[in-house]
Design a protein around this ligand. Sequence first.
Ligand code: MFK
Length: 213
Amino acid sequence: MEFILEDISEAEVARRRGVYTPLTDTVRDLVDAVIRTEVSEDALDDARRRIAEVVADLRSKQMDGPYGVRHTRQNTGMAWGNAVIGVRNALAPPLDVVHVDDGVRSDFTLGAAYEGPPGCVHGGVCAMLLDHLLGNAASTEGPCYTGTITIRYLRPTRLGALSARAWVTERTGRKLYAKGTISDAEGVTCEAEGVFIVPRSAVDTPAVRWSQG
Ligand SMILES: CCCCCCCCCC(=O)SCCNC(=O)CCNC(=O)[C@H](O)C(C)(C)COP(=O)(O)OP(=O)(O)OC[C@H]1O[C@@H](n2cnc3c(N)ncnc32)[C@H](O)[C@@H]1OP(=O)(O)O
């Protein structure tokens, strides 16, 4: 596992972000449209053909493996393929994570693509988002990995506008203990606690700002 130095200026990061964000947003919109469309089957077949042409265009020049986890010399994170925050990943909601006094928080909206129980967020999606946020809160002094995480689902999390927060409660050597919650307008729907480990190899690695994918 290796982080990749992307040796570009902050202005170039912003420029590329401006190119990829609308593309990814449009693909996210496509996912939602496919789930909810009620057009005719002929129209679906036509859509499939046109989408396949776009896929072929994009695949005409492509990197070998995943995007990887990149960072600039200024330690700006470019986890652009990340499943939760990735700028180039239409499967990511994406979360825009903001650092606050006691940890991190994010306000986001989950639509049809994240459904589990009827009208509600899939429990695995809640777990994924909390895993990321707790890990992000614990990674402020360097990268760390989830060792163990426990989720308690207090009540169903309805699709729609949500917010989440996470904070570190304790540090013992390379182990950081963190907690977090997802909330809707009526309050907390699920909560998590976990142990995050700074790998031995990363003890002296500088902290990268991963807030935006
Ligand atoms: C891009 C954005 C970045 C910011 C957000 C990041 C969020 C990412 C969240 C993730 O999804 S990370 C991916 C899921 N996690 C993994 O893939 C981790 C896989 N496991 C490992 O890589 C290693 O097992 C691990 C780094 C967790 C621990 O390996 P070590 O060799 O460093 O552990 P070691 O055996 O030296 O134990 C160190 C301490 O941690 C404890 N420990 C080890 N594994 C543990 C575990 N799994 N759970 C709880 N505690 C654990 C262990 O008991 C010990 O405690 P003590 O110091 O008190 O003795």
